[in-house]
Design a protein around this ligand. Sequence first.
Ligand SMILES: NC(=O)c1ccc[n+]([C@@H]2O[C@H](COP(=O)([O-])OP(=O)(O)OC[C@H]3O[C@@H](n4cnc5c(N)ncnc54)[C@H](OP(=O)(O)O)[C@@H]3O)[C@@H](O)[C@H]2O)c1
Length: 189
Amino acid sequence: MAEHVLVIGGTGMLKDACLALAATGRVVSVVGRDPDRLEAMMMDASAAGNMLSPLQVDYTSTDEFTRAIRTAIERFGPIDTVLAWVRSWASETLPALAREVSAAGRPWRLFHVRGSASGELPAGGSLPDAVPAGGLCAYREIRLGFVREPGGSRWLTDEEICSGVLGAVESDASFVVGVLEPWEERPSA
Ligand SMILES: NC(=O)c1ccc[n+]([C@@H]2O[C@H](COP(=O)([O-])OP(=O)(O)OC[C@H]3O[C@@H](n4cnc5c(N)ncnc54)[C@H](OP(=O)(O)O)[C@@H]3O)[C@@H](O)[C@H]2O)c1
């Protein structure tokens, strides 16, 4: 059975990463709210002969989000890999995700994409205490940094973010895209 990847928040800056994962033969389920963005992605994948399944749901509506994950599992089997780009204040989203994915009783991987100002990168990456995964989750953190250039610095492009995310997934490791230091040299806007 093909690897089942769930991408939360996959219709924005991670869109091309989702399409690239689908192009490797993985089944990719994508969470977002806007039906038009989801439909457009599905059509792009389908035109390339790949499998991408939209899950239209607000991940802050925990019951609906939980049901959407169950639906994805019923359709495509247990989730092997999760790519999560979730607002830090959405505190129920990762715990709900972990409960549902771990219920299959199989090991799975969580690639947690976090912005520049998310604190120190944990050594080796560790699952936040509030996320119950029954010891089944291998946690990987992908931190978005910035790019230093002659005369200044700039934030990452979506292309750079997708490339870093794909590299982390393929190498199965935590990763910093760009740099986080020196923090005082980050772009001003
Ligand atoms: N260097 C850095 O540290 C850093 C950090 C963050 C962002 N950025 C940059 O900032 C840009 C914008 O980032 P962004 O996060 O605003 O946009 P984004 O990645 O373009 O969009 C957020 C994604 O999450 C989904 N989403 C948001 N809230 C949701 C909810 N409640 N339920 C379900 N899905 C939800 C959105 O889909 P729907 O809208 O359809 O729900 C979309 O797929 C990026 O392009 C990136 O370049 C840089």
